[in-house]
Write a protein that binds this ligand. Structure first.
Ligand SMILES: Cc1ncc(COP(=O)(O)O)c(C=O)c1O
Length: 365
């Protein structure tokens, strides 16, 4: 697991060095425009008084935290603005493991590779629960591995890499398991704006002292480089998390926070609807081509990744390289996401050339 990130970069590098044109479907960087108000906010910031260029409050700009608290129906003190969902997950997992309530972290397989990386970094022990072939998670399987040693359960919905969206019943059960074993459920909802099923349920709607919700504007506003996200902690756990955030980061970038606030206040629902419509069309075109290529796949209910399996062509790193060289399409090998999907590839649909990539795959197979 400690090699997951180098693997990711290795594939990107291999694709960049290929002798041919390659459609990059490796990383999760949105290729569409941010909200217009975000660009305007950043332009305005350049002319602000220089005192606006100094440290913001460590836990985040007050106005941004208030905006978040109002939208999410939580107390402003529960909100910490972070360096993306990545830091939010780190703070949440660290909090879960430093409580002396168990050092095991329950993760799903397939898994977003940063979770195992963070678990190891924080000294936790991993326990994996396999998801179903369609990506859904059976909470009974989580209960089976849960014990007094469980300190943390990390889930991601809508899910990277499977595209699964967990329903309300699943989320309620996960919170209940966390409560039963005095663990913390960390729900990473960074893809919450990309639900195509209408079934997405934020863990925030389930009131509990045992759940933390993490998210970011990275994907929803197409700004992975801004590094603005947040975590919502139960009141009893938030103070130590704020201290950790302060000691590690001092604060999150102030201009980026202000630009996000401007965008939140001046962007209507249409922006997000248009992005979803565009992604739906990509998913349709891509999965049609996968049908043509005779691939097995599950249509994502959320997020923007498709996992696919081709007959007699497992998703090994070698075959990823072969697809780059011979088909001109770069994806990720399934092994990067755990043991259960070693046969599979993951394709990120964040390129305007997804249609072209699909046609290339159909041709190749
Ligand atoms: C499941 C998941 N969580 C967190 C992140 C990181 O988000 P951020 O860029 O906001 O730190 C990603 C990015 O791909 C992700 O897929």
């Amino acid at each position: 697991m400690e090699y997951d990130e180098p693997l990711f970069f290795k594939v990107m590098q291999y694709a960049a060095n290929a002798d041919r044109d390659v459609v990059d479907m490796v990383s999760g960087n949105p290729d569409w425009e941010p909200p217009e108000a975000l660009r305007e906010g950043l332009h305005d910031y350049a002319d602000a008084d220089s005192d606006q260029f100094q440290y913001p409050p460590s836990e985040g700009l007050r106005d941004l935290r208030e905006e978040i608290a109002e939208r999410r129906n939580v107390d402003v003190e529960q909100v910490i603005v972070t360096n993306g969902a990545g830091e939010a997950n780190y703070l949440a997992m660290a909090r879960a493991l430093e409580r002396d309530a168990g050092d095991e972290v329950i993760l799903t397989d397939p898994v977003y590779p940063y979770y195992p990386g963070k678990t190891t970094m924080l000294g936790g022990e991993m326990r994996f629960v396999s998801t179903e072939l369609d990506g859904s998670l059976d909470p009974a399987k989580v209960r089976d591995v849960a014990s007094d040693d469980t300190g943390c359960i990390v889930v991601n919905t809508p899910n990277n890499p499977t595209g699964a969206v967990y329903d309300r019943e699943t989320m309620e059960e996960l919170v209940a398991i966390a409560e039963e074993y005095d663990a913390l459920l960390v729900a990473d909802e960074v893809y919450d704006h990309f639900d195509f099923s209408g079934r997405f349920e934020s863990a925030l709607t389930i009131d509990s002292e045992h759940r933390i919700v993490t998210t970011a504007y990275s994907k929803s506003m197409a700004i992975t480089g801004y590094r603005v996200g947040y975590a919502v902690f139960p009141e009893s756990l938030v103070k130590a998390a704020k201290t950790r955030h302060m000691l590690v980061n001092v604060a999150t970038s102030r201009p980026a926070q202000q630009a996000v606030l401007d965008a939140l206040q001046n962007t209507d629902a249409e922006y997000y609807e248009e992005t979803r419509a565009m992604l739906r069309a990509r998913i349709d075109a891509f999965t049609d081509a996968l049908d043509e290529a005779g691939a097995e796949y599950s249509r994502p209910d959320g997020a923007f990744y498709v996992m696919a399996r081709f007959e007699d062509f497992p998703g090994t790193l070698d075959n990823v390289y072969t697809l780059i060289d011979e088909a001109g399409v770069a994806g990720m090998p399934g092994e990067a996401f755990g043991e259960s999907r070693e046969e599979w590839f993951r394709f990120a649909l964040v390129t305007p050339r997804a249609d072209e990539a699909a046609a290339r795959l159909a041709d190749y197979f």
